[in-house]
Design a protein around this ligand. Structure first.
Ligand code: ASP
Length: 313
């Protein structure tokens, strides 16, 4: 008898030096609640028969609207004191993708990436060109004040006159990556991945990380898996992380867990690339590996209990 297709969703809200000591119990609770709510958004769409693409988009919109995470509303400041945001989304059924980089004042960058996927002849738009496309598509813009968070402003103040750029962090020595992302497999067996970020605090203006680079920070292919990454973007670009995991499955026959552990715990680690990722396979296998101290993460496989976690277990 043919096995009934199930569905699954996983998400992240960034990785880095996240320890029990670095979060107050109240803040930890806020993060857990936010992750759980975002999981519900995507899970409900999948349960109703919605597509993986719709589910990952809606999940990331929810996380972008939450100032706790470095994406959309909570984006970090770049070297010039602006919020420049990157996002991408990919459909595993037809390998269509949409990506945008360096956009300012767009309320939900993932919706712009999605517009590129659905309503343009292109895959990747940047800076003013991407913003003009957003205006033409009727997307919501917000003033700079909308993206202001005191904690991220203070982080930037500590670095602004230096050449140091940092992953979203709470204290100067700490590294915390606050990008958000989601991956899903739906009832039809289609996969999708979406990732969105404000990048790194005090990053050079117009610096582009891995998040909007298809194959590095985001990838989905129905034959293998859907992957969304978070971490020090330069390493993820150079290691083509998301596509590498798919290739290890397709060409070497590794399972999702084997492939993602190999990439995160060996390949990235030996180059000093800190971070992690969330991934699902076409068989509803879920992998949430990270080589940093913590990663905000959650997953929900149909018929099972949802899980939300922050630290190393
Ligand atoms: N990967 C992102 C970047 O390098 C940062 C993050 O994950 O927080 O822009």
């Amino acid at each position: 008898m043919e096995k009934k297709q199930s569905f699954a969703l996983a998400l992240h809200g960034g990785a880095g030096t996240i320890t029990r000591a670095s979060l107050t119990p109240e803040l930890e609770k806020e993060y857990r609640t936010a992750l759980r709510q975002a999981l519900e958004v995507g899970y409900n769409i999948l349960r109703e028969g919605g597509s993986a693409l719709t589910a990952v988009e809606a999940t990331v919109v929810n996380l972008e609207d939450c100032p706790l995470f470095n994406a959309g509303r909570g984006s970090v400041f770049n070297k010039l004191g602006f919020h420049e945001m990157d996002a991408s989304i990919m459909c595993g059924r037809n390998l269509e993708a949409g990506a945008i980089t360096g956009v300012r004042n767009i309320k939900n960058p993932i919706l712009l990436a999605s517009e590129v996927l659905h309503h343009s002849d292109h895959v990747f738009l940047s800076h003013p060109g991407a913003e003009e496309f957003a205006r033409n598509q009727g997307l919501a813009f917000e003033p700079d004040a909308y993206f202001f968070t005191q904690q991220r402003y203070d982080q930037w103040q500590a670095l602004r006159d230096s050449d140091v750029y940092m992953l979203d962090h709470s204290e100067t020595e700490e590294k915390k990556f606050g990008t958000v992302g989601a991956v899903a497999v739906d009832l039809e067996g289609n996969l999708a991945a979406a990732t969105s970020t404000g990048g790194m605090t005090n990053k050079n203006f117009n610096r582009i990380g891995d998040t909007p680079v298809i194959g590095a920070g985001t990838y989905a292919n129905n034959k293998t898996c859907a992957v969304s990454c978070t971490g020090h973007g330069e390493y993820f670009i150079r290691n083509v992380v998301a596509y590498d995991i798919s290739c290890l499955m397709e060409y070497k026959g590794l399972s999702l867990t084997e492939a993602s552990n190999l990439v995160v715990h060996q390949k990235l680690k030996q180059h000093g690339g800190e971070g992690g990722l969330v991934a699902v396979s076409y068989t509803c296998e879920v992998a949430l590996p990270f080589n940093s101290e913590g990663m905000y993460r959650g997953s929900w496989v149909a018929g099972q209990e949802p899980t939300v976690a922050i630290y190393q277990e």
